[in-house]
Design a protein around this ligand. Structure first.
Ligand SMILES: Nc1nc2c(ncn2[C@@H]2O[C@H](COP(=O)(O)OP(=O)(O)OP(=O)(O)O)[C@@H](O)[C@H]2O)c(=O)[nH]1
Length: 234
């Protein structure tokens, strides 16, 4: 019996096509499920890449990989003299929701990378993280065409079919100033007591009821987009 399957892609691979194969509908009752995307970042090379792209209109290739990740293993930290907080800030500027684990020779506690249930609708720590997340705009230091995180918020209940058609406009028809890689959110659906969760990787998205809203919790809609945000006010 296998506990986990780790798929290692080539360094420059776009994980989105793999995700669309492995991220299966619960109703298919598959015995495997997609748990999370883990990206290993070479801290020394990452620093060099960032320095090379300072004042340039392009961004490091590593940003693509960070955008899709649920966990970043920041490896080779023994080779980096400057402060690691700054590297972690750069990673979180791209993907504000990613968990960063520092390592030397990728020695990490496996509990921090396995069974994260990043795609599980009932993952309560992920829900809590989303509920508490409040950063509203990409940092000013980023170029307009870099990859960053954008969070939108609305308190009033929304109509599920309208949200789905709006998402399809954004993700399928690309009718926005954003190129969206990843998206996570919670939705307050009209006439429903269920908190709904939203997940998207490129064109593939899912909105599902996760659990009842608790009495003490203020209902809200919050969507976090990770991608190329061409205009802050889009
Ligand atoms: N000092 C130090 N060396 C490391 C660390 N991790 C890996 N190495 C060494 O770096 C060298 C290259 O290893 P990696 O960067 O992991 O290379 P790789 O994974 O084979 O290469 P790609 O898959 O092409 O990125 C090897 O000699 C490793 O032993 C680390 O954390 N610190």
């Amino acid at each position: 019996r296998m506990d986990h399957i780790l798929l290692e892609t080539t360094g420059l691979a776009d994980p989105a096509p793999l995700v669309s194969i492995l991220w299966l509908d619960d109703q298919l009752e598959s015995s495997i499920r997609l748990d999370s995307i883990i990206t290993v970042i070479d801290a020394k090379n990452f620093r060099r890449q960032i320095d090379e792209h300072t004042n340039s209109s392009s961004f490091p290739e590593a940003f693509h990989q960070i955008a899709f990740a649920d966990v970043v293993i920041l490896n080779k930290i023994d080779l980096v003299k400057d402060n690691l907080e700054d590297l972690e800030r750069q990673i979180h500027d791209v993907n504000a929701l990613v968990t960063v684990v520092r390592s030397v020779r990728c020695q990490v506690d496996l509990n921090t990378i396995f069974d994260r249930q990043a795609y599980g609708v009932k993952n309560s720590s992920q829900l809590q993280e989303l509920l508490e997340y409040s950063k509203s705009a990409p940092p000013n230091s980023r170029h307009d065409n870099s990859i960053s995180t954008l969070c939108i918020y609305e308190q009033d209940p929304v109509c599920l079919t309208k949200v789905e058609s709006w998402l399809e406009d954004l993700l399928w028809e690309k009718k926005s100033n954003m190129d969206i890689y990843r998206c996570k959110g919670i939705l307050n659906i009209h006439d429903s007591n269920q908190l709904h969760t939203l997940q998207a990787v490129r064109e593939v998205y899912e909105v599902v009821p996760a659990r009842e809203w608790s009495e003490t919790q203020s209902r809200m809609n919050k969507i976090v987009f990770i991608g190329i945000i061409l205009k802050n006010d889009s």
